[in-house]
Design a protein around this ligand. Structure first.
Ligand code: DX5
Ligand code: ZN
Length: 215
């Protein structure tokens, strides 16, 4: 399984150094959590910070938009250097046009489901997607506990992707550590977002290697 470290719990006063540390771990991409204080009860960062991150790393930038109206800033995230834009199914922007817009900007498109949203909510959009993200915590904060009860949802989406013969990646986000990653891989996820567990690990390289060995 691939590893997408989330920088949400890193030391933001030393962001470039934290990103170098993540690069050295052998991680596959960066997961950037954008929060608007409306869709989730927290704020994080937006396009200007992503633009600065783009200048210090060549890693693929996967941007998780926890925003009520993500369509208002799609161009701004694209110009900032995002590689993929990930919208919540539950947001208030019309999804079909927003997904089309993301692809027309030359970026990969993804949809995310909160824990209370069923697998089927994403099925009508699967043809327009490069990735689906199943939240394994309530979005808004790093460092929460993995919800193992989301695994049947991961499996249901994996089966639908397979049934329709699509090349869509399936990500889990929230509470992923060396143990919970095993459950997620078994359920059918092929990318794990990992924030606090990876950044807090004394040996991030071996953390990434352990997850790479899962399938
Ligand atoms: C939660 C974010 C996650 C979070 C993951 O709202 O979407 O990406 O930062 O952090 P950990 O791995 O600490 O749960
Ligand atoms: Zn996230």
């Amino acid at each position: 399984m691939k590893v997408a470290p989330s920088i949400l719990t890193c030391d933001f006063a030393h962001l470039a150094g934290e990103i170098k540390r993540i690069e050295a771990s052998g991680a596959d991409m960066l997961h950037l959590d954008v929060m608007d204080g409306v869709f989730v009860p927290n704020l994080s960062f937006g396009p200007p910070v992503i633009e600065r991150i783009r200048r210090v790393t060549g890693l693929f930038l996967d941007v998780h938009l926890m925003m009520a109206y993500p369509d208002r800033l799609l161009e701004a995230f694209a110009s900032a250097g995002a590689d993929s834009l990930n919208l919540h199914v539950e947001c208030d922007s019309p999804l079909g046009p927003a997904l089309e817009k993301i692809r027309s900007l030359g970026l990969k498109s993804a949809l995310t489901l909160k824990p209370g949203t069923p697998a089927e909510a994403v099925f009508p959009y699967l043809d327009q997607l490069d990735m689906v993200l199943v939240m394994t915590v309530e979005p808004g904060f790093g460092g929460q506990k993995f919800m193992a009860e989301m695994m049947p949802k991961v499996t249901a989406i994996r089966e639908e992707i397979h049934r329709r013969n699509l090349a869509v990646s399936l990500q889990v986000d929230g509470g992923v550590n060396r143990q919970t990653a095993v459950q997620a891989a078994k359920a059918g996820a092929d990318i794990a977002v990992a924030g606090s567990a990876l950044l807090g690990d004394p040996d991030p390289r071996s953390f990434v290697e352990a997850l790479h060995a899962l399938s």
